[in-house]
Design a protein. Sequence first.
Length: 202
Amino acid sequence: MANSGRNSCYSVRVCLSSADLCLLLFYTCYADKNGGMEIYLMKSCMIAGSFDPVTNGHMDLIVRASGIFDSVYAVIFRNSSKKCTFSIETRFEMLKAACAEMPDVTVDMSGGLAVDYAKEHGISCIVKGVRDVSDFTYEANIININRAIAPEIETLLMLSDSKMSYVSSSFVKEMLIYGRDVSEYMPRGSFEIISAHLSDVK
């Protein structure tokens, strides 16, 4: 979009209350020389996680974030407190396949802190999904830690789709252990890849 005619820029935050959770929608607004107002999506956000494995819950979050931001970084991080079932290379392959038809989504992996990655890549916001109050409490603590490290990085909490509130990576792995079909809980590309790694969850 052309920059001509813009003479001021500022951010607007809209806070919506639902089940005691706040969803922060971030936009950038420009006042043009004729007194009108143009609203643009924020430049970029990051969805960070272990993606062990990728689920439709993850993809719902990525799709919704891509409707708010110009670009989305889906980044797999090594979690020192969590023992992952699948290698980071396999998880990267699954996430890459799941996002193959989303040109505005960049898939990456990192061994560092999420806020450091965000700063290095010019990412303004970290997007996290919450399914219930326990998720909210956990994420609130992480937000406070991130804010202490990098106060310029905001966090957007998005309430999970009610139809997917029970779908988690742990749930999918539990179903795999007992030989259940998990194709309805995973994006197609990721399911095809995980089928070749079923021995990892036995």
